[in-house]
Design a protein around this ligand. Structure first.
Ligand code: 4NP
Length: 176
């Protein structure tokens, strides 16, 4: 059985996306389904390529028992459309930047989702705010939004049982 491949994407790949990837990995482990997934993160800019996550993301994750200091930022590239099943972006700007690198927008659009659109109970604000120029509380808020959204995303996948038993056929994913 092939794993489901998930890539979290933010602008810098040092604040939101590495945090989201680490939250997802911990959640999968807690459910004992980590072997069914490949999870990584990337940034739409090269501002921080090869940097480790922002200290404030590392600190907030630490307070929740999650280690994320090992992540090394990298830039999103067009080939990631082929390498991943789900591209989960943090905001509308990421969404546009990611799709601008697609050579086949109609096909690739099916894989790109605003992570926050999976947040349970949220019906109007689908962007996860950029905390880079913010304070500790902003990072705490981002952490909580990511947690709720990831729980929603896993629920969404569970409702599509065939995705969790993914084989080597091509799937078209629809967010309903
Ligand atoms: P991220 O945060 O996109 O959540 O990783 C940011 C990191 C760096 C910058 C902006 C946002 N920056 O402008 O350098």
């Amino acid at each position: 059985m092939l794993p489901i491949r998930v890539l979290f994407i933010s602008l810098g790949n040092i604040c939101r996306s590495p945090m989201a990837a680490a939250i997802m990995q911990r959640y999968l482990k807690s459910q004992k389904i980590e072997n069914s997934f490949i999870v990584d993160s990337a940034g739409t800019s090269s501002y921080h390529t090869t940097s480790t996550p922002d200290d404030r993301s590392i600190d907030i994750a630490n307070t929740k028992g999650i280690q994320l200091s090992h992540n090394q930022a990298r830039m999103f590239e067009g080939s990631d459309f082929d390498r991943y099943d789900f591209l989960l972006v943090m905001d509308h700007i990421n969404y546009e930047d990611v799709l601008n690198l697609s050579k086949n927008k109609l096909r690739d659009k099916e894989k790109v989702f605003l992570l926050r659109s999976f947040e349970v109970g949220n019906q109007d604000n689908f962007s996860i705010p950029d905390p880079y120029y913010g304070v500790t509380d902003d990072f705490e808020e981002v952490f909580k939004i990511c947690e709720r959204s990831i729980v929603g995303f896993i629920k969404f996948l569970s409702s599509k049982q065939h995705l969790l038993a993914k084989n080597d056929q091509e799937h078209i994913y629809k967010h309903q």
